[in-house]
Design a protein around this ligand. Structure first.
Ligand code: SF4
Length: 607
């Protein structure tokens, strides 16, 4: 490409975003889509157009795993390598892709046609092994399918033509055309219930904003992301905070391995979600909403934009909504680009501002100073759906569903060793045993509740209830059968956190690597009894000293397995034989010296 073409193209792209540096995520993603990568020359051109230093643009591009400053293949195959995919046969699929393309993972074919990469969870654990081919999800992979995919792509070069059968519901919509299935296994009365577009918003606007917030408080709705902060209180703080304009952001960046319920809501119930966001805008006096959509769900974007247009056409978005003077609210979609840490609300705000997804210090909280320094309310997808249903039905109706401390229902993404993986809606307070029966979990020995940042529990906990005051969860549930090793699973989860750590603070950046190495040593038979207390101390230090939620929860796989699967650890630590430390790897320590001796011996023989 000629430099002039690049310069003209980038000037046009930047101008289409008003040369606004806070739209950097959109700018660099558009540049990459058009020119294959954000090259060194592109970095300079973007910096000049948006009036920032080149380093700032470069720091954004280098932060997100879906962005690159080097050319990649025209087709990028990203194979999900999370634990559920591994359990479902990901390794042979990986070998088949690698063999068929003739490149290792991380490589690009010499003709520049294909790149092959691993990626963390892509929200398809219910139909694993799965991969993204550019933006196109391919599911239920096998070695044969991997070879067939490569053969087809070599023939026609179009990932969209890999979709030979369409999934159910809106997966078959002309704007989606995906092979993904919704896998809705059980419908509850709140999220997966019939809903008439606009009905909740009409009821909300018949009240004052303060009355709407009062209703949300009366309903006892708590945020569905896992922490469970009372939603009405968050709205009250945001409304009362000084500063204009105010913002409403929906966190649609579910990245926790094993989580995929938001994918289903975004596919089938996005109108309910947008209605909840609009009600939030009315209640807090915000005019702008942002849906932060994870890059892995880019295949849903056209459908979501279409639904937003429909709502504008029906006067459910835009100016003077439903004829109410002064009630103006609209929603834009901000694409993420493959960074797990952006699921943390302050990192997500950084990303929306066109920056690296670095977490921010709290206080001030987003309700006081969030997006662009203004009062901002961040709620997740499921929370906004509950809001719309509360306004549509009544706060009392919602409050009587569920348990004493946890009103309403919860969606669970269930995967792993079960007969029926998929999304289940249950009232809070359901026992884990009931869920395991319903999902067809035969002889489960461990369940990861709430994804890697949650906790792993064993059979002794199966009669506990799922709610904020007992087993709290953002919604992911991975079931492990008798043949799985909980310590190996913990190691895979810690590996995930080590990879996703943004590196800002030492306890998280270094601590996750140290935990991973210690678990590897234990699994390799190089463990000693005092390693377990070291591991526990290390995990507690990382939890205590890390800056954001990622580092504070990264030790959970270690701490919960040490607590609930102590026997498995005890089997891995050998009593110390006097004079020898099993943790010392003699073969590894002498490998280099042996190689030198072998090389010298070979040279001497040749001489
Ligand atoms: Fe980054 Fe981890 Fe520190 Fe969070 S805890 S700021 S992810 S290094």
């Amino acid at each position: 490409m000629r430099m002039n073409d690049l310069a003209v193209g980038i000037r046009e792209i930047c101008a289409s975003f008003d040369d606004d540096r806070t739209r950097m995520m959109d700018i660099v993603q558009t540049v990459q889509a058009q020119f294959g990568c954000v090259s060194s020359e592109a970095l300079d051109l973007i910096a000049a157009a948006t009036g920032v230093h080149r380093v700032e643009v470069e720091s954004v591009v280098s932060f997100y795993s879906f962005l690159s400053n080097r050319p990649k293949g025209r087709i990028v195959i990203r194979l999900c390598d999370d634990i559920v995919d591994e359990m479902s046969g990901m390794r042979p699929v990986a070998e088949a892709f690698s063999e068929a393309l003739g490149i290792p993972f991380g490589g690009t074919t010499p003709d520049g046609q294909f790149s092959l990469e691993y990626t963390a969870c892509i929200g398809l654990s219910d139909q694993a092994p799965a991969a993204l081919v550019n933006d196109v999800p391919v599911t239920y992979l096998s070695s044969d399918k991997a070879r067939e995919i490569v053969a087809q792509l070599r023939k026609h070069g179009d990932p969209r033509r890999l979709v030979h059968r369409l999934g159910d519901g809106n997966n078959a919509h002309p704007l989606v055309r995906s092979m993904v299935h919704n896998s809705i296994r059980s419908k509850g009365p709140v999220v997966f219930a019939p809903f008439e577009s606009g009905s909740a918003l009409r009821k909300a606007t018949a009240m004052s904003p303060v009355e709407v917030i009062r209703d949300i408080k009366t309903s006892r709705l708590r945020g569905r992301g896992g922490a469970g902060f009372p939603t009405g209180l968050k709205w009250e703080f945001t409304r009362a905070a000084e500063g204009e304009p105010k913002y409403v952001i929906c966190n649609a960046d579910e990245g926790e391995p094993g989580t995929f319920k938001d994918r289903v809501i975004l596919t089938e119930f996005a109108d309910l979600l947008f209605e909840g966001m609009t009600i939030a805008g009315y209640a807090m006096g915000a005019k702008n909403g942002i849906l932060y959509l994870r890059g892995e769900y880019a295949y849903l974007r056209a459908l979501l934009e279409h639904l937003l247009e429909e709502r504008r056409r029906k006067n459910l978005l835009g100016a003077k909504i439903l004829g109410h003077a002064g009630f103006d609210f609209d929603i834009r979609i901000q694409m993420g680009a493959g960074a797990y840490v952006c699921g943390e609300e302050t990192s997500l705000i950084s990303s929306c501002e066109g920056l690296r997804g670095d977490p921010k210090n709290r206080p001030p909280f987003p309700a006081q100073r969030g997006y662009l320094g203004k009062p901002t309310c961040v709620n997740n997808v499921e929370t906004f759906c509950c809001v719309a249903r509360i306004l549509d039905q009544s706060p009392g109706w919602f409050a009587q569903i569920g348990s004493r401390q946890s009103a309403g229902t919860k969606l669970f993404s269930v995967s792993g060793d079960v007969a029926s993986p998929g999304v289940y809606e249950y009232p809070f307070g359901v026992t884990l045993r009931k869920v395991l029966e319903d999902v067809g979990a035969e002889s489960p020995t461990a369940v990861q509740i709430g994804g890697p940042s949650g906790q792993m529990v064993g059979p002794a906990d199966f009669d506990r209830t799922i709610c904020f005051d007992d087993l709290a969860t953002g919604g992911s549930m991975i079931v492990f059968g008798a043949e799985r090793d909980p310590i190996y699973v913990a190691k895979r989860f810690v590996e995930f956190f080590a990879h996703e750590s943004c590196g800002y603070c030492t306890p998280c950046r270094v601590g996750t690597v140290l935990m991973r190495k210690k678990l590897e040593a234990l699994l390799a038979g190089r463990g000693e009894a005092d390693d377990l207390s070291y591991l526990e101390d290390l995990a507690r230090t990382v939890k205590f000293a890390s800056r954001c939620g990622l580092g504070q929860t990264a030790p959970n796989p270690v701490l919960s397995t040490l607590k609930n699967f102590r026997d498995a650890y005890d089997k891995l630590v050998r009593p110390r034989v006097e004079g020898r430390r099993p943790s010392f790897d003699l073969a590894a320590a002498t490998a280099e010296a042996e190689a030198i001796v072998r090389a010298q011996a070979g040279a001497a023989a040749a001489y």
